[in-house]
Design a binder for this molecule. Structure first.
Ligand SMILES: Cc1ncc(C[n+]2csc(CCOP(=O)(O)OP(=O)(O)O)c2C)c(N)n1
Length: 794
């Protein structure tokens, strides 16, 4: 497209409006109307140029400096910009997050209200920003990779809701300092290896808050550092690398034109290092840049301000007269201010109305009381000044109820209702959409029981899984399995053996050793309508991906208030092998960091397949930890492998008993069952319960039912002391009110505090064994009935 004067002036006006929004936004923070501000001033010219090449179907994965790009593409309006600044808790006002995210955390609504996909191949999309810098990069890998799959897998061609022949580009943005993060390098490498259409812009303003590039980047030059990723002239793999100045609008337009054309057509990625950017208002409202930039730098920034430079350039080229430009600028200033006022009014008016309602309730209650002084003081406070937040209304309503507690109950009802409604709305505003609330929620998947043929063969666990994955891949062409050694080898335990040959190299694929971007790849793919089943080879290595799991995957639905989803399946294997990094079971560390992702801990591969089936029928993300030492153990082969589902959060009673309830999961099920058999020979009957999933946990409260019967409970696992056993204890004793039924103190049996040592003895002395469980339960019963169960060891 030819860049005409009209386009240039239009772009300038977007830049100017964006700058005004930054200036006003900062003022709003300092006047107390907003809490925090971080803006995109100094980055405007590059972003209007970038917006020029953005097409329907394309998607952004960026960070908080991108307001000009968002405004230029229409993915953000000025009013929405201010609504988020004011934390307006309504997705109509702040579609990115419904008031949940800090300002300048951008996102579009990619889902319909019912949770189904919008036609994302035909609209502009921005994946939802996160605050940890660099964390937008792993997701970018998958957003770009999806285009490759849509182009190259024949069976995906008709999915035009998500892609038109893989013509879509994923645009990434990142600050110069954040390029010092490992995530950046891992993502660049993965994108280079995969050769996918990503166009990555590095906004270089020379600083990361106060720390200059000398401390961030070797040789201070990111493009130079990246030069090894440059593809050969005229072909080969790698990136095209561009370097362009952030105030040079014509060069920026040309750079992005070339980068986008090649990425879209040939799926060659590129990196655009945009240098000489500035930060006129400093990093954020938290501090002033005069503290770390010297006079020379500040003067240089003023001289190189991209809005001023563009203005001077347009006038020097006689594109329009100064007076015309000033007129337009005044219109733009007015428009921004009007948007700000409308956004403020929309955010504050409902709270004002609610304040009036509360005042009305208190005023009508006061005359009915003998002692009304305290109530009148509250009413007076409400009359005197507008409250800034609903929490003040909730607190004042509670104060009023306390002051009026002697009044007849029915008179207090309107005030109670007011408070209840506020609390309910508060929950809806701030606690909803952690998991799917749609008809596809994993918690709504109907249970289909496991079926066995009369002569069901017995296969080793990995063979059961292998057959299951085969069926699942055949059923859904959007299911893509990948990870280290998953493709050619068929994973280190042969779950995918032979399936790459059968379903093709893109359906079952090897990756490099790069856990964070394996997960990020899955997130991006899922956001573009695919069903990634990514593998983290061992549970112990999930830690490399845990930050992305926690910060990105677990929050995506929540942080967009149901506007985006990433139904990723993560497969890993854990518990019970030997050695410090091959037998860990750090489940509490995981479950406490990934609320928003379901966590399944099946005891065998039949159960694992059923949990995969449930998750695959849902639009929730899930992590499934397969039992490492279970792959060679024989299991009966179900006859309905692709069909049966195991409901999430429903424990299974593996063995009935009346004396004590033993609660466990995963590999410990076998140990606990063995201990229960040994105890039974002494007349102690333990009820053994497999929780099956840790998130969610025992939704029908089956464990407390068992406790009602036994009066005694022991939690067993391989985590550290106070880890997942403590979590299960809290769920049963506190949440299910199990304390009421206890006849003996509850007990937790876990591994040691240290990592499990290697070898048979290392295992025995590090982790719970049949002996540990036997001893602990025997001691418990000894306390109950010392004559029947005499002390025999010490
Ligand atoms: C992982 C992480 N570490 C630290 C921070 C705090 N922090 C926020 S912005 C920022 C500087 C980022 O600099 P740069 O990437 O150059 O982007 P810029 O803000 O300059 O556009 C830092 C350190 C963060 N948000 N995330």
């Amino acid at each position: 497209m030819k860049i005409t004067t009209e386009i240039i002036v239009d772009d300038y006006r977007v830049m100017f409006r964006s700058r005004q929004a930054s200036l006003l936004g900062r003022k709003e923070v300092f006047s107390g109307k907003a809490k925090f501000g971080i803006f995109g001033d100094g980055k405007e010219a590059a972003q209007v140029a970038l917006a020029r090449v953005f097409r329907p179907g394309d998607i952004r994965s960026g960070y908080y400096r991108d307001q000009t790009f968002m405004l230029a593409t229409g993915m953000l309006t000025l009013e929405q910009f201010f609504a988020q600044l004011y934390a307006h808790a309504d997705v109509d006002a702040d579609p990115a997050s419904g008031g949940r995210q800090m300002t300048s955390h951008f996102a579009t609504r990619m889902l319909e209200a019912d949770g189904s996909w919008k036609p994302i191949a035909d609209i502009f999309s921005s994946s939802a920003d996160v605050s940890p810098t660099g964390s937008q990069m792993p997701r970018l890998v998958g957003l770009a990779y999806a285009s490759k799959l849509y182009r190259q897998i024949e069976d995906l061609r008709e999915r035009t809701r998500f892609s038109h022949d893989g013509n879509e580009i994923a645009f990434g943005t990142i600050g110069n300092a954040s390029c010092a993060e490992g995530l950046f390098w891992e993502s660049i490498n993965a994108i280079g290896v995969l050769q996918v259409p990503a166009v990555i812009s590095v906004w270089d303003d020379h600083y990361g808050i106060s720390v200059p590039n000398e401390y961030q980047i070797t040789k201070t030059e990111i493009a130079e550092m990246l030069s090894g990723f440059q593809r050969e002239q005229g072909g080969g793999t790698g990136f095209d690398i561009h370097r362009v100045k952030g105030w040079d609008y014509p060069a920026l337009c040309e750079t992005y034109r070339v980068a986008a054309e090649i990425a879209r057509r040939d799926h060659v990625p590129s990196i655009v290092h945009v240098t000489e950017m500035t930060q006129p208002q400093g990093h954020s409202t938290s501090g002033s840049h005069e503290r770390y930039k010297d006079g020379e730098r500040l003067a240089w920034e003023q001289e190189h301000d991209c809005v001023d430079k563009m203005r001077r350039w347009m006038l020097s080229q006689s594109m329009l007269k100064a007076s015309e430009l000033e007129k337009k600028e005044q219109e733009d200033r007015d428009e921004v201010d009007a948007a700000r006022r409308r956004a403020w009014e929309a955010a504050s008016a409902p709270i004002r109305d609610e304040q009036q309602r509360l005042l009305g309730e208190i005023e009508s209650l006061a005359p009915q009381l003998d002692e009304r002084g305290a109530l009148e003081r509250i009413a007076e406070a409400l009359r005197q000044r507008p409250v800034s937040a609903r929490r003040d209304l909730v607190r004042l309503a509670a104060d009023a109820l306390l002051a009026a507690h002697t009044a007849p109950s029915e008179r207090l009802e309107p005030l109670r209702r007011f408070r209840r409604e506020q609390l309910d709305l508060g929950r809806e505003r701030y606690a909803s959409h952690l998991y799917s609330e749609t008809a596809q929620s994993a918690l709504r998947v109907p249970e289909v029981p496991i079926a066995y043929a009369a002569e069901a063969p017995e296969l080793r666990g990995f063979e059961v899984l292998n057959r299951f994955f085969d069926v699942a891949l055949a059923r859904d062409p959007a299911l893509i399995a990948f990870g280290e050694d998953v493709g050619q080898l068929g994973d280190v335990n042969q779950g995918f053996a032979g399936l790459q040959q059968k379903h093709g190299p893109l359906r079952v694929t090897d990756t490099g050793i790069r856990e964070a971007t394996i997960l990020g790849q899955a997130i991006g793919m899922a956001m573009r309508g695919l069903r990634p089943l990514c593998e983290i080879q061992y549970l112990d290595y999930l830690l490399y991906a845990l930050q992305i799991l926690s910060d990105d995957l677990a929050t995506v639905r929540y942080r967009t208030k149901g506007g985006q989803k990433a139904p990723v399946l993560i497969r890993t294997r854990g518990h019970r092998l030997e050695g410090i990094w091959h037998s860990g079971s750090p489940m509490a560390g995981i479950i406490h960091l990934v609320r928003g992702v379901f966590v399944c801990v099946p005891r065998d591969m039949t159960r694992a397949s059923g949990l995969y089936n449930t998750l695959l029928r849902s639009d929730d993300p899930g992590l499934v930890v397969e039992v490492l030492n279970g792959y060679r153990i024989k299991e009966r082969l179900p006859s309905n492998l692709g069909e049966y589902t195991i409901p999430l959060g429903v424990p299974e009673i593996l063995r009935p008993g009346d004396d004590v309830t033993l609660v466990t999961y995963g590999a410990c099920c076998r140990i606990v069952l063995e201990a229960a058999d040994a105890l039974s020979s002494l007349g102690i009957e333990a009820e053994v319960i497999d929780v099956q999933t840790l998130l969610p946990f025992d939704r029908p409260a089956r464990i407390v039912e068992s406790l009602k019967k036994t009066g005694r409970i022991v939690f067993v696992d391989e985590d550290v002391p106070g880890g997942t056993t403590a979590y299960m204890l809290q769920q049963v004793i506190d949440a299910q009110r199990g304390y009421f039924w206890l006849d003996s103190p509850p007990r937790c049996i876990s591994a040691g505090e240290h990592r499990p040592a290697y070898g048979s003895d290392g295992d025995y002395f590090s982790k719970p064994s049949v002996d540990t469980v036997f001893d602990a339960v025997y001691d418990l019963m000894h306390e109950v009935d010392p004559r029947r169960y005499p002390s025999y060891r010490d």
